[in-house]
Every structure is written in structure tokens, then in C-alpha cells.
Design a protein around this ligand. Structure first.
Ligand code: HEM
Length: 416
């Protein structure tokens, strides 16, 4: 049954197993796109759900829109601290802790976030728009017509990697290093990207060494508008220990890479699965404006964020204990029928398309949200100028992760 169906009751093992055995954080459920019925059942029967046993230890799942908002905006109780495990269901490894401001609480979080926020100030976005558009146009012009190719590699990865290189003022010819480091940072060893945790660390150390060279160049020159220069010239960040610098670099690489990449792939897939919406878009390209946030809701590129309870708290009738892991499933909140009308449908002209959880809420709400939206808008404007139909030719290969929700490959063909 497709993700568009109304109810999976009677057609999925999700409804047959005892409620307390449900463990929605299994990466395999995401690789096979079979997690939807589990969330549907949890939203209906046990919206604040305790999974007592899993390979990640016990954890709570928050699955309804308003409950997720309540947790995300209560950082006094629900901590993001790396030392407590960080922001994903899988704990950060204590032997290789990478402090980064997404995994910090106030006051340090707030100070570091302020250092890089100017990258997305309206005047900076305006400056970036021209570069992003001309690079996107060139890349689209070079795509093959009439033959099948991988959209993820040729378009989604290439565009977001180019944008990242621009944000860091990173040597453009070497930009695929950024793609590699992003993949390595979020990889589970043994599932295709790296073979072992040791290999992962080694590659991330190389990333650290490369960015240290760039830091040394920038710190001795005039402050500029790129992210490394911002970090090197601010009183708040100029004395960061090496692992904290690496941590924040990884945050900015992953934050700006996988998410936008998977939105570019997800958007094309959604339009192919909903040909009436694709036609609506061709008839009226102005709908790109509302389609972009709808793609981001529909895709939900980060399936969850995790917190750790700093004190005992009663939440929706459940007793959450100090130290418990609490997972906010954005992917489920974005399909909550009590808040979003017809949430399983992809509708490019929704009345309130920005009503979604994909960027989170509260003090950690995504710094790059407007940049991501701008990039998606430009890509779709340039695509519609050139191609009438881009057809998905087969099933996408999905990523083995319950955190990064996305695609490893997506075969497509541009109609001749
Ligand atoms: C569609 C694209 C994107 C999605 C879905 C997304 C999603 C998210 C989410 C869910 C969070 C955490 C929110 C929370 O905990 O409440 C976040 C934080 C963050 N994002 Fe994004 N993101 C996207 C694009 C970007 C881009 C382009 C950048 C650019 C550089 C970026 C940089 C960051 C950073 C630095 C944080 C940490 C903010 C903090 O802790 O204060 N993101 N993002």
C-alpha cells in the first residue's frame, strides 16, 4: 500500500503486533519505506510511546504535531547536549565527541548560533541567489536528454554541494570532498559508506585537517562573508578546541547538504507519483512558491530530532524520567490529520504550506530554512524553463537511516 493511503489497518504488521513491541526507529523500516503504518498506529493509539528495548536502548516516541511542538520549545527540560547523547536516537560516541551548537543548550548554543546566522540574512541571500541560479542553469543544461540517469548524483548532490562550497568559500574543484564528509558523518559503519567506525573517524580527521588549513588562511586575512571566516573572526568561536571546530563544520556540512539534497530528489518523486500536481505546476509555474514548502513537509528530510530529559516530567499522562531519551518524530507530526488537512496527500497549492515541522521549532529551529527554500525555488524555476517532463524510471533506493530520510539513487529520464 502506498504512503498516500488513508489507513493501513489490516494490511500491515504494524497493527498486528503488541503496541509495546513497536520500535519505529529501525533504519530498515526507513530503507523499505514501510514505517508509515507504525506511526499511524502510534498517533491513534499511543501518541507518547515507550519502547523499552532496542539496539539504541529504551526511548520515548512523540508522534503528534502539537506534542512535538511542546517538546521542541521546552529546552529547559528537554536537552540537546552532546554529552547526554545529543540529537539523534543513536547516542554520540563518547570516545569521539564532536561538540556542535545543534547539540548544545543555552547559553553556549545561543552565542555560537549568532556567529553564523548572518549567512542567511536577506541581503546575503540576495547576493547568493545569482550564483546559485547560474550554477544551477549550467548544470541543468549539461544533463542528458532521452536517456536514463541518476538524478541524485547528477542533480541533487551536485547542486547542494555547489551551494555548500559557496557558503564556505571552499575550493570549488574539490567540492565533492564536502559530499563525502557529509555522507561519512551520518553513516552507520558496515552499510555501504564506511566499513568501520575507525575508517569513519579517520576520514573525519582528514576533514578537520583540511578545514584547519582554510581557517589558518582566513584568520590572517580580512573578515569575509563565508562561514569559516565568520567563525575565525568572532570572539565567541575563535578559540574553539579542534574537535569543537570540526563538530561545527560537520553540522554546517550536514545541515546544508543531505536535507536540501533529499528535498530536490523527493520533490521530483512526489510530482511523478502525483501527475495531476505535476500538470498543475506546468500550467502555472507561480505555484513553485507554495510547492517548495509542501515538498519539504512531504519529504521531511530529517525524520527526527532527539532530546534527553533533564528532570522527571509528566507529559500527556506519561511519566518521563530524568535521563530518558525522547524522540520527536517530525515525519509523523507532518502527517497528523488533526492539524494538517489531508496530510498524506501532496498538494502543491495548499492553503497553509508552511505549517509543518520539518525545520523544527524553538531555539534550534533550522538556521538555513530560507536558504533551503530559496535554493529549491531556483532549481524548480530553472527546471521548468527547460524541461517539460522528467520521468522517474524506477524505484528509488532509500537510505538506511531513521534520521536522514532520503534517497541514495533515483533513476530518471528527461523527455526528448
Ligand atoms: C530542506 C532543508 C533543511 C531541513 C529540512 C533542515 C532541518 C533542520 C532541523 C530539523 C533542525 C533542528 C531543529 C530543531 O531541533 O528544532 C535544523 C537545524 C539546523 N540547520 Fe537545517 N535544515 C535544512 C537546511 C539547512 C541549510 C541549507 C542549512 C545551512 C547552512 C542548515 C543549517 C542548520 C543548522 C546550523 C542548524 C542548527 C540550528 C541550532 O541548533 O540552533 N539547514 N535543520
Amino acid at each position: 500500500m502506498s504512503a498516500q493511503a488513508k489507513s493501513y489497518e489490516g494490511s500491515s504488521p504494524a497493527y498486528d503486533m503488541p503496541l509495546d513491541k513497536i520500535h519505529v526507529g529501525q533504519p530498515e523500516l526507513f530503507r523499505t519505506n514501510s514505517f508509515w503504518p507504525y506511526f499511524e498506529r502510534l498517533r491513534r493509539e499511543d501518541p507518547v510511546h515507550y519502547c523499552a528495548e532496542s539496539e539504541y536502548g529504551p526511548y520515548w516516541s512523540i508522534t503528534k504535531y502539537n506534542d512535538i511542538m511542546a517538546v521542541d520549545t521546552n529546552h529547559q527540560v528537554f536537552s540537546s547536549e552532546a554529552g547526554l547523547g545529543g540529537i539523534t536516537l543513536r547516542n554520540q560516541n563518547p570516545d569521539f565527541l564532536l561538540p556542535m551548537f545543534i547539540a548544545m543548550d543555552p547559553p553556549k548554543h545561543d552565542k555560537q548560533r549568532k556567529v553564523v546566522s548572518p549567512i542567511v540574512a536577506p541581503e546575503n541571500l540576495e547576493k547568493l541567489e545569482g550564483t546559485i541560479r547560474s550554477r544551477a542553469a549550467k548544470m541543468l543544461d549539461e544533463l542528458p536528454v532521452g536517456e536514463t540517469f541518476d538524478w541524485v548524483d547528477r542533480v541533487s548532490i551536485e547542486l547542494t554541494t555547489q551551494m555548500l562550497a559557496t557558503l564556505f568559500d571552499f575550493p570549488f574543484e574539490e567540492r565533492r570532498k564536502l559530499t563525502r564528509w557529509s555522507d561519512v558523518a551520518t553513516a552507520i559503519p558496515g552499510f555501504g559508506i564506511v566499513d568501520s567506525e575507525e575508517q569513519r573517524r579517520e576520514e573525519l580527521r582528514e576533514c578537520g585537517a583540511y578545514f584547519t588549513d582554510l581557517w589558518n588562511q582566513r584568520v590572517n586575512s580580512e573578515p569575509k562573508g563565508d562561514l569559516i571566516s565568520m567563525l575565525a573572526h568572532s570572539d565567541v568561536t575563535r578559540n574553539m578546541p579542534p574537535m569543537e571546530y570540526l563538530g561545527n563544520i560537520i553540522l554546517l556540512i550536514v545541515g546544508g547538504n543531505d536535507t536540501t539534497r533529499n528535498s530536490i530528489s523527493g520533490g521530483l518523486l512526489a510530482l511523478n507519483e502525483n501527475p495531476d500536481q505535476y500538470q498543475k505546476l506546468r500550467d502555472n509555474p507561480a505555484l513553485i512558491e507554495s510547492m517548495v514548502p509542501e515538498i519539504i513537509r512531504w519529504q521531511t528530510p530529517l525524520a527526527h530530532m532527539r532530546r534527553t530529559a533533564l528532570s522527571d516530567i509528566e507529559f500527556k499522562g506519561k511519566q518521563i524520567k530524568k535521563g530518558d531519551k525522547v524522540v520527536m518524530w517530525y515525519v509523523s507530526g507532518n502527517r497528523d490529520e488533526e492539524v494538517i488537512e489531508n496530510p498524506n496527500a501532496f498538494i502543491i497549492d495548499r492553503a497553509r504550506p508552511r505549517q509543518h515541522l520539518s525545520f523544527g521549532f524553538g531555539i534550534h529551529r533550522c538556521v538555513g530554512n530560507r536558504l533551503a527554500e530559496m535554493q529549491l525555488r531556483i532549481v524548480w524555476e530553472e527546471i521548468l524553463k527547460r524541461f517539460k517532463n522528467i520521468e522517474v524510471m524506477g524505484e528509488p533506493e532509500r537510505i538506511y537511516s531513521s534520521f536522514v530520510k532520503g534517497y541514495a539513487t533515483l533513476p530518471v529520464r528527461i523527455a526528448g
